[in-house]
Design a protein around this ligand. Structure first.
Ligand code: 5GP
Ligand code: MN
Ligand code: MN
Length: 325
């Protein structure tokens, strides 16, 4: 069970000299916050630590404030055969992108800290709890087991993961709120963490959003008589805005009250799409995503697809029909 594997992970980390922490591609605050929090604790204990993810680009602007000790490195600086790996918030090896081979090459244990139901159980030590609202909550359990003093720089990282994965605590239960109180008591400035993550965008975002939303569509009957709202962000639409801006389009599209399911198709390369799915409550979008080779959670999932935008929408509607509500 979880307390056994967390104890095992804490024991392994207590004896480690060199630790590599990995986040999933297209990193969010949960995966990076979890990695940076545990990384920071180890760094302070004199362990050689690096945090990385598989994309070639730099870390998202909105997440830079979490890396108070400069632990983030470019993916090229990750050792080919790491001594010990900790993989955060990553349901499958594919989500590590080009760093996925480090798991097989690792010379020591591979600790997986995650909350995806669809976790494929790669790695050797599984600190996995699909009822956790954020991986950051499991990372905090690990820090407590390691007897780490959770001060503001560490708490900030955990809080960032918690606030994003709970949709600004809209979906959070009492335990998450208790934990949030504990984190804030260390001096975390909630709004300073949250605004760049969830509320602030460069002005160019407004122009991109207006073009994308002008083309958004609602199909009232796509999901078992419930609505599907979708929007398409082509390469041209995304020109001049950061990936974080593109990622936040889904939060606007999902506000359509008629839509049980919201989708945003993001063109990564010509004809290659990353699709974000969100449901309100009744459709399991993880199942929908899995039909199309992706994964995620019941109410937030995603998949990638090659083809024209219309083909992606058709495939999505087909998958929605196959999945029960
Ligand atoms: P987002 O829309 O924020 O990128 O992703 C929402 C959720 O879906 C995340 O928790 C992530 O784990 C999952 N997800 C997104 N894209 C993919 C994908 O291509 N493959 C898999 N397996 N999961 C994905
Ligand atoms: Mn994540
Ligand atoms: Mn997460």
């Amino acid at each position: 069970d979880l307390s056994t594997t967390i104890a095992e992970a804490a024991r392994l980390l207590a004896g480690a000299r060199d630790v590599t922490l990995l986040s999933h591609i297209n990193p969010d605050a949960d995966t990076l916050g979890s990695a940076l929090a545990v990384g920071l604790a180890l760094h302070r204990r004199g362990v050689a630590v690096r945090v990385a993810f598989g994309d070639p680009e730099a870390v998202p602007e909105s997440l830079k404030a979490l890396d108070t000790a400069g632990l983030l490195v470019h993916r090229d600086e990750v050792p080919e055969a790491p001594e010990l790996l900790v993989v955060m918030d990553t349901g499958s090896l594919e989500r590590l992108g080009p760093l996925k081979n480090r798991v097989a090459n690792c010379r020591g244990p591979v600790i997986v800290v995650d909350h995806h139901v669809s976790n494929t159980r790669y790695g050797t030590v599984h600190c996995i709890d699909d009822r956790a609202e954020a991986t950051a909550l499991i990372a905090l359990k690990l820090l407590d087991e390691m007897n780490v003093e959770v001060d503001e720089p560490i708490a900030r990282c955990i809080y960032a993961g918690l606030v994003t994965d709970t949709g600004g605590f809209r979906k959070a239960g009492p335990q998450a709120h208790h934990t949030a109180a504990r984190l804030l008591e260390t001096g975390v400035d909630a709004y300073a963490v949250t605004r760049p993550l969830m509320d602030a965008h460069p002005f160019a975002y407004l122009g991109m959003l207006s073009r994308v939303l002008a083309k958004a569509e609602l199909d009232q009957n796509a999901a078992h008589g419930m609505g599907l709202a979708h929007a398409i962000v082509s390469i041209e639409d995304a020109h001049g805005v950061r990936s974080e801006e593109v990622e936040s389009v889904i939060d606007v599209v999902r506000s359509a009250a008629e839509a049980e399911v919201a989708a945003v198709l993001k063109e990564l390369k010509p004809g290659f799409w990353s699709v974000s799915l969100r449901a309100v409550s009744r459709v399991d979008v993880r199942e929908v995503a899995q039909v199309l080779g992706g994964g995620g959670h019941r109410l937030a999932a995603g998949f990638t697809f090659e083809g024209a935008a219309e083909q992606v929408v058709a495939a999505l509607k087909g998958a929605l029909e196959r999945v029960e509500s």
